[in-house]
Ligand binder design. Structure first.
Ligand SMILES: Nc1ncnc2c1ncn2[C@@H]1O[C@H](COP(=O)(O)OP(=O)(O)OP(=O)(O)O)[C@@H](O)[C@H]1O
Length: 616
């Protein structure tokens, strides 16, 4: 699978290449801040000011102990207390600003990412979607974006806070007492080594967790959209177990990641506490020997206490750096996938075509490289009907998918009114081609909206006209809300035949010059069959039509019949000539179509007998 492969390159050891790759991903994540730079700068300024005000407090305490108390002036103490209160309030205010802006930036970045990803997914080609799991894509849209979103306030801002606090505390400590400052700084390499160890092990774990979330979404999405199959085979327990196993694996992975981060945090705090004890010990002796003032020791210990907050949250911060990196890797792997079907730089706009379609020596293979179409040549004049027959898997649908350029040919070319389909814009090409495919998909919307889907600004009159021609208007009127009836996901409230006629109306509204009908598998009752047949005849009138046909009437009326076998056209002609030829078509006719002919003849005989009886 294209998308997951992109994520499975990580190994537990961080090689130089991987470090460079990680750095590149972080740079791209930072670039997401560019449109919101003002808010980002404001957040950093708030953070700087909040840190600055918190650094003033120990200094004030030192003054209180060394000067205020010693002077014995009550007024001095009052001023110092007031100053501590004001700086604390200001610190709180700017900390709020930092928190608020941090969350605001992260929400804006998440919004941008969702838009970018959705936009890109809409433009990716069929072959990308063939190779991707919907669940994995959904989890990129949700869990991975959430990981990057949280990275900003929880990872980036916290890291900045830690760096600023450590740097300013170090400078202040060095000014207060060099020895005590050096003792305090012992904690820094210890913390860095501990954290590097954790990052190395956390990174692959979080990547596995995020892939696991994707797999879980795939199972959920499959069992929900395939709920009818699950129920009809009574496989609910199997599905529950499948989901349960994956869910448990994910829980264990999550727990391992959490355990690892949780271990890290007390170790970091412990190293800081050891340093505090050491400072108190060495500083205490110095105070006893009067080589250090009590106020300085109070200030030093308070500065070390200030380091407590970033150290305590260090573990979580690392967690969000790693999660952001894994989420970013997965998101960028989709964003970096180019669409293999795009407009050529000099693509022309195809105006309304007459409908002359040519396939010239076309060969085609899907991404697995197996050739499914070989040397296909067809010439369809405007208004002609081309019926395509062949055993299942012979390449009928694949051949039709090349016309609206769902895929590009491997060899040869497809021409519409003399223009190669690769030389015109996709939108203008597809506006000229109406498709009714085997698997009818209706959107979660009203019938009116579904019919009008392809034509922005279609009038009520046009919609009704299309529905009438598709023989679905009368049925729609019997529904309680008529055209405003909501057809649920996949149009579950409509039958197969009704859905098909709504799809035909949708295509009719487009008024295309070329039609592609893939109706080889519709199995409906006689009345619906008759209605669909009438609808199709209406749709096909005056348009070049390619139809994968299973209905005798369509085939008999076709201007050309193509018989496909293992990706090759093995026979072509009209019904009469091909029957005479007694080749593959005659065999298919015997197997599949003769019964229909006999049945129709029987119905006609019965009707004429009845008429004769009535006349007598
Ligand atoms: N997305 C795909 N990726 C890879 N191979 C595919 C894909 N779709 C179809 N194929 C393969 O291409 C061949 C032709 O399939 P196609 O769907 O065109 O046949 P068909 O004649 O329309 O079959 P049916 O009558 O059953 O619809 C088959 O071997 C099929 O397995």
């Amino acid at each position: 699978m294209q998308v997951t492969q992109a994520n499975q390159q990580s190994s537990p050891s961080l090689s130089k290449n991987q470090l460079q790759e990680n750095w590149r991903i972080y740079m791209r994540i930072f670039k997401l801040l560019r449109p919101h730079w003002f808010k980002a700068v404001a957040a950093v300024v708030c953070m700087g000011l909040a840190t600055g005000f918190s650094l003033i407090v120990p200094w004030l305490l030192q003054w209180v102990v060394d000067v205020g108390i010693r002077s014995g002036r009550f007024q001095d103490l009052l001023w110092a207390a007031l100053a501590i209160l004001v700086t604390s309030a200001l610190r709180g205010l700017f900390a709020y600003g930092q928190g608020y802006l941090g969350q605001a930036i992260s929400s804006l970045v998440a919004y941008d990412l969702r838009d970018m990803l959705y936009d890109h997914l809409q433009h990716l080609s069929f072959s990308f979607h063939d190779d991707s799991e919907t669940g994995q894509l959904m989890s990129r849209m949700t869990a991975d974006i959430e990981a990057v979103r949280n990275f900003f306030p929880m990872g980036l801002l916290r890291a900045l806070l830690a760096v600023v606090t450590f740097a300013s505390v170090t400078i202040l400590l060095l000014r207060l007492d060099v020895y005590l400052a050096l003792i305090t700084l012992i904690s820094v390499p210890i913390m860095l080594i501990l954290s590097a160890q954790v990052v190395k092990r956390l990174r692959p774990l979080w990547l596995e967790v995020q892939n696991g979330v994707g797999d879980l979404s795939t199972i959920m999405q499959e069992s929900l959209s395939g709920v009818r199959v699950v129920k009809s085979f009574a496989r609910e327990e199997f599905e529950i177990e499948k989901y349960g196993t994956q869910n448990q694996q994910l829980r264990e992975l999550n727990m391992s990641a959490m355990r690892l981060s949780a271990w890290n945090q007390p170790l970091l705090v412990l190293s800081l506490n050891l340093v505090t004890v050491l400072v108190l010990w060495v500083g205490g002796i110095a105070v006893i020997h009067r080589t250090l003032s009590l106020g300085t020791l109070v200030a030093v210990t308070n500065y070390i206490l200030l380091l407590g907050t970033p150290v305590r949250t260090f573990g979580f911060m690392i967690n969000w750096w790693v999660r952001g990196l894994s989420g970013g890797t997965r998101i960028f792997s989709v964003l970096d996938t180019p669409s293999d079907i795009t407009d050529a730089p000099d693509a022309k706009v195809l105006q309304k075509v007459a409908g002359h379609v040519r396939y010239e020596n076309v060969s085609f293979a899907y991404s697995n490289g197996v050739e499914v179409l070989k040397d296909i040549t067809i010439d369809a004049q405007p208004g002609q009907t081309i019926a395509i027959l062949g055993p299942t898997g012979s390449g009928k649908s694949s051949m039709l998918h090349l016309l609206p350029r769902f895929y590009d040919t491997k060899g040869g070319r497809v021409l519409v009114d003399g223009s190669d389909v690769r030389d015109v814009t996709l939108a203008s090409l597809r506006r000229n081609i109406g498709l009714v495919l085997q698997d009818v998909f209706l959107f979660n919307a009203t019938i009116r909206e579904n019919i009008a889907y392809g034509v922005v600004g279609a009038t009520e009159e046009q919609i009704l006209e299309a529905a009438k021609a598709a023989r679905i208007h009368d049925f729609i009127l019997t529904l309680p809300d008529g055209y405003d009836t909501w057809v649920g996901e996949r149009g579950v409230t409509l039958s197969g035949g009704q859905k098909q006629r709504v799809a035909i109306a949708r295509t009719l509204l487009l008024n295309p010059s070329i039609l592609v009908l893939d109706d080889s598998t519709s199995s409906v009752d006689m009345e619906t069959e008759y209605l669909i047949q009438q609808a199709l005849e209406e749709v096909m009138r005056g348009r070049t039509t390619f139809v994968v046909a299973s209905r005798l009437r369509t085939i008999k009326n076709a201007d050309q019949i193509l018989v496909l076998e293992r990706g090759k056209i093995v026979e072509r002609g009209t019904h009469a000539t091909l029957l005479k030829h007694n080749g593959p078509y005659a065999r298919l006719y015997d197997m599949q179509l003769r019964e229909q002919e006999e049945f129709e003849a029987q119905v006609l005989n019965t009707q004429s007998d009845l008429q004769t009886e009535v006349l007598q």
